[in-house]
Design a binder for this molecule. Structure first.
Ligand code: MN
Length: 534
């Protein structure tokens, strides 16, 4: 084991500094390194173009602008912001994003037509991605054009786009199902026309990684301009195919956040960036620590949730339940983690369930400042397992309640704060305002505050009444049943400022979202004060 670890860190010492200590990939990867692989690749993110073509996704103007800003902060090199010729809204979004003066280049997609190219350039982009289909099927059935006509159209588009003073990338659409001789002929023709980058799209996701390596090597023999890839995930191989292309010399990869995109989606940004770094030692300008927040923001704005088991950014990517696994991870994370969650802006999550052991329960309770003697700890573990067997997962709030109950603290605890009165005003064109009367250690305190919504206003008013030092760590709302009269479950996590290690959690179930939130907050505050004063 020691030998394995040391050979790993040797392998990746080239990454230097913190990354070398935080990635624990297999030492066999070094056997697959290739001399054609570049040290660095550019990332073209197409979340706002291909990603927006995800069935069911329609982003508002504000969301598009926000996503562009997030991508820029993340460090992508090119943002494909849309397909301007398709609609007025698309043009407006591209104009807005171009006017942000981002560090990233802003790209507009254009068919090989002067009108399409004008539509991109006139709306402010500094980068045009122009494409035409070159596979026999697409030319015959869709374009109804001959090879010669297709080539002439592509050459004209590239020359015209160049004449308009922007960076020009060209794609043979369905390139991976194009006859090799014609694909090469097209690449040479656009290179002669002055193209800056040539993209090789696996439009329908029909390549294997080995085939991708072969094709990239073949086309790179006839051209010198940087090659890019655009891989779709129809067989779940988009990331593997993108890596195969880079391994053989591609210098740019098209990606979408969370693997969004048409049909099964595009290569996922977070997976491509991390895999290139971990396996091929290829760097990008992406700040990996922002991957988690970017993923969550895009999931929220697009309404496409990230599956729990999704690589890198899924809820379970760093979750551990089994007793043996948890014990190992707490001792040394590399035992059961391929890389540190901090490296990608995620958090380790110890989940309580039927595999839970005393170790993880102790660790979790420690986060809430609860320390139980051995025999009580054993009772808690036993209860969790019983609940798990009946299909009930135990979250933090329930664990804390269970532990306090077993410790016999529940009753004496509820003496610190009591809610005596509560109102909230909300509606349209008024600022949500809440007034509460809270009894803190037998003394009544009245306080009002405002918020961005009724729940926010209520929580602010309670905090103002009890202590300004309390900050909200997490607020979670789950609908238990469907419909507008559904029951909801609210979990509130709090922390006392200046006491970073100690948290408190409260939970409540009810039919009124605001009142349920207030009750959960009161429970959390009560525990926090009990802990803080003891
Ligand atoms: Mn695509």
């Amino acid at each position: 084991m020691t030998e394995l670890r040391s050979s790993c860190s040797q392998d990746y010492s080239a990454r230097g500094g913190q990354e070398a200590d935080r990635i624990f990939t297999s030492h066999f990867n070094r056997l697959a390194l290739d001399p054609h692989t570049p040290d660095r690749v550019e990332i073209l993110d197409t979340t706002l173009r291909d990603g927006e073509q995800t069935p069911g996704v329609a982003l508002s103007m504000d969301d598009k602008v926000r996503i562009a800003q997030l991508l820029d902060e993340l460090g992508v090199d090119v943002i494909e912001a849309g397909f301007p010729r398709t609609s007025k809204g698309e043009q407006e979004a591209i104009r807005k994003i171009s006017s942000l003066k981002l560090r990233a280049k802003v790209c507009g997609l254009a068919r090989c037509s002067r009108e399409d190219i004008d539509s991109a350039v006139d709306n402010g982009v500094d980068y045009v991605h122009t494409f035409i289909a070159t596979s026999e099927g697409h030319m015959k059935n869709k374009l109804k054009m001959t090879r010669e006509q297709v080539k002439a159209r592509a050459v004209d588009a590239v020359e015209y786009a160049r004449s308009r003073g922007v960076i020009v990338e060209f794609s043979c659409e369905d390139g991976t199902r194009t006859e090799l001789d014609f694909l090469k002929e097209m690449h040479v023709a656009v290179q002669d026309a002055g193209v800056h980058k040539i993209n090789l799209p696996d439009t329908v996701g029909t390549m294997s990684p080995s085939a991708m390596e072969y094709l990239v090597s073949e086309v790179m023999e006839v051209t010198k301009v940087p090659l890019s890839t655009h891989c779709h995930d129809d067989f779940g191989l988009a990331v593997a195919n993108s890596m195969a292309a880079v391994r053989k010399g591609a210098r740019q990869v098209h990606v979408c956040v969370n693997g969004l995109g048409e049909r099964a989606g595009n290569a996922a940004l977070e997976e491509v960036v991390m895999s290139l770094l971990a396996f091929l030692n290829v760097r990008t300008n992406v700040d990996t620590r922002k991957l988690g927040t970017t993923s969550r923001a895009v999931a929220r704005m697009t309404g496409v949730p990230v599956p729990d088991t999704k690589a890198i950014v899924g809820n379970n990517a760093f979750a551990h339940e089994s007793g043996i696994h948890v014990h190992g991870v707490l001792k040394d994370p590399s035992t059961y983690e391929a890389f540190s969650p901090e490296l990608v802006g995620m958090q380790r999550n110890i989940v309580m369930g039927k595999h839970t052991g005393a170790h993880s329960v102790k660790e979790k309770l420690g986060e809430y400042g609860i320390c139980l003697p051995e025999e009580m700890l054993a009772t808690v573990v036993e209860k969790i397992k019983k609940l798990a067997e009946s299909g009930k997962e135990v979250d933090d709030a329930e664990l804390v309640a269970l532990a306090l109950h077993i410790q016999g603290q529940m009753d004496q605890e509820h003496q610190h704060v009591k809610l005596k009165e509560f109102t909230v005003f909300t509606g349209m064109n008024i600022t949500p305002t809440s007034t509460v009367v809270v009894e803190v250690d037998g003394k009544q305190v009245r306080s009002s505050d405002v918020g961005i919504g009724p729940v926010d206003a209520a929580l602010n008013a309670i905090r103002t009444a009890v202590s300004e030092n309390i900050s909200l760590v997490e607020y979670r709302l789950n609908a238990i049943t469907g419909g507008s009269d559904a029951l909801c479950e609210v979990t509130v996590k709090l922390r006392m400022n200046g006491d970073q290690k100690v948290m408190s959690v409260g939970k409540s179930i009810g039919s009124d979202i605001v009142l349920t939130s207030v009750n959960a907050a009161m429970a959390a505050i009560d525990r926090l004060l009990a802990r803080h004063r003891s």
